[in-house]
Each structure stands twice: as structure tokens, then as C-alpha cells.
Design a protein around this ligand. Structure first.
Ligand SMILES: [Zn+2]
Length: 110
């Protein structure tokens, strides 16, 4: 139900287990779990065609880079900090990459 409402507004709620944020004073907060409200790519977007990313690269570059399309910025529209899980509930974290698509990645870093 809530998923359908969110989908209609091209929004999605994602859980990030280790989010970093920089406060206005420049102090880094994190990693802490957050619930973030993300904008989903526009399926009719003329720039990315609904993929949410656009290739950007210059001739002479070996591999094209990918950039977030303006219709789907990477940074969430809003997020709420969640309380840190108690120590006993924390599992050993190995190579948690907060920039991966769903909070973690099984692939080798490079
Ligand atoms: Zn787009």
C-alpha cells in the first residue's frame, strides 16, 4: 500500500546501515543507520530514459563515467537518523560500502 503510493510519486524509502553526513559546522556524522527518502528516476526522462544515470565522458577517455541524472539525484530528499543498534545486535561488518546500490556489495572493491 505505502509502496504503491511512493511509487506513484516516484519515491522510495531505503535503509542505509552506514550513512555519513556532514553537518553545517563541517563535522562528519556517521556511520549511522538512516532511513532515506529517495527520488526514483523518471521513466519518461529525456536525458536518461528512466535509468537515472547518464554517461559522461570525454573523447580520449577509456571508459565513460556515469553520473546521476538530474531527475534522480543520489542524495536523498530527506532522511532520518536511526538509533545505533545495540552492540550485541551488531554483526561484524566487512567492507560495507555505503555507496553501493543496496547498502552492501558482494563484488570486489575494484
Ligand atoms: Zn533522468
Amino acid at each position: 500500500m505505502i509502496r504503491r503510493i511512493l511509487a506513484r510519486h516516484r519515491l522510495a524509502i531505503r535503509f542505509w546501515s552506514g550513512w555519513f553526513s556532514t553537518s553545517r559546522s563541517g563535522r562528519q556524522i556517521g556511520p549511522r543507520p538512516v532511513l532515506a527518502l529517495h527520488r526514483l528516476p523518471d521513466p519518461n526522462c529525456p536525458h536518461c530514459g528512466g535509468l537515472g544515470e547518464v554517461t559522461c565522458g570525454s573523447p580520449g577517455q577509456d571508459e565513460p563515467g556515469y553520473d546521476d541524472c538530474h531527475c534522480a539525484p543520489f542524495l536523498p530528499l530527506a532522511f532520518i537518523w536511526l538509533p545505533k543498534p545495540p552492540r550485541w545486535a551488531r554483526r561484524p561488518v566487512r567492507n560495507r560500502d555505503p555507496w553501493a546500490s543496496n547498502g552492501y556489495s558482494d563484488e570486489p572493491p575494484f
